[in-house]
Design a protein. Sequence first.
Length: 127
Amino acid sequence: MTEKLASYRSIVNADTAEFVPYGLQGTEQSDLTWCNISYDDETGQGSFLIRFKPGASSINHEHIGYEEFLVLDGEVEDSDGMVYRKNDFVSLKPGSKHFSKSPNGCTVAVFIRGGFRTLDEGEPVHS
């Protein structure tokens, strides 16, 4: 039975995973890297690990579906100033507009349902 399950399983270790430059929002960001686990850009569904280098910030975006994430290490700050720390699990509802930043760097496990869109220049963010 274990052999049958093995073909349906993938295992990613956040400490040893291969991270590549993040570019899901159309612009490759050198201060963010990611490891895709199951995210499918066509469906906007799946999960990935993302690392913020110290001082890194994501591009302003809106979630079409839920975004949920677990902070694995470090701290990440949302656009409204809310700080999430190691072991915080956060759920953002569809329609939420925000960006995230990490003054000291962090690693986050992200779970996306429904995708997201980059906000237009000058479009306000809110959490």
